[in-house]
Design a protein around this ligand. Structure first.
Ligand SMILES: [Zn+2]
Ligand SMILES: [Zn+2]
Length: 204
């Protein structure tokens, strides 16, 4: 009997420790406000999920703006692909004055220049530090049920850049690791900031 009780208590302790390691981490509690701008066909369910994840993880306030069409100025001629740097410049101008930053969420493909590639497809891009970031689910939708998990990691990553965090090379599971445009990194990441990144976190 005592053994059974002991095993039961051990099991409970194990569960608690397991939860402790990657429980919903609130890395900061601050009064900053992020405006979330749904673009084009981005589903409402995903927009509200990202708003909740940002609130829970960073402790910031999030307001969801009325949906907007994609800006014509960022479109790569003859395609439905958009320049992420051009979108950041456009988003900056859409930011409500009472908000500290703006996040654009799009269903369409976004790209940036990378080495010899002028139109390198990416998941997201954010100023570091800065007031604007953009995230796309276009390249993540192939992962089916994991799409929302990966989209959350990318969103928390880009807002992390806005808050001044650089790429992390200390822990492959830290969400500030550089995805380099491939999902390989995302499979290793957790909804977690390593101690080093957490200590660098500065809020306005
Ligand atoms: Zn990054
Ligand atoms: Zn880190």
């Amino acid at each position: 009997m005592r053994n059974i009780v002991f095993i039961f208590i051990s099991f409970l302790l194990y569960c608690c420790q397991g939860n402790e390691a990657h429980k919903k981490q609130i890395v900061a509690k601050d009064s900053s406000i992020t405006a979330l701008l749904p673009l084009g066909e981005m589903p409402d369910s995903r927009v509200h999920l990202m708003a909740r994840e940002l609130q829970q993880f960073y402790g910031m306030k999030v307001i969801v703006m009325p949906r907007s069409a994609m800006p014509e100025e960022g479109r790569l001629k003859g395609t439905s692909r958009y320049s992420a740097p051009a979108m950041l410049a456009w988003l900056k101008r859409q930011k409500p004055a009472n908000c500290d930053r703006i996040l654009g969420l799009t269903h369409l493909d976004i790209y940036t220049r990378k080495g010899p590639y002028p139109h390198w497809g990416i998941f997201g891009l954010g100023y570091k530090p800065g007031v604007a970031c953009v995230v796309s689910d276009h390249r993540l939708r192939q992962f089916g049920k994991r799409t929302d998990t990966f989209l959350t990691l990318v969103t928390l990553h880009e807002i992390g850049h806005n808050l001044g965090l650089p790429h992390c090379e200390k822990h492959p599971s830290c969400l500030m690791s550089d995805a380099k445009g491939t999902a390989k990194t995302l499979f290793a990441e957790k909804k977690w900031l390593c101690t080093n990144c957490k200590s660098m976190l500065k809020h306005p």
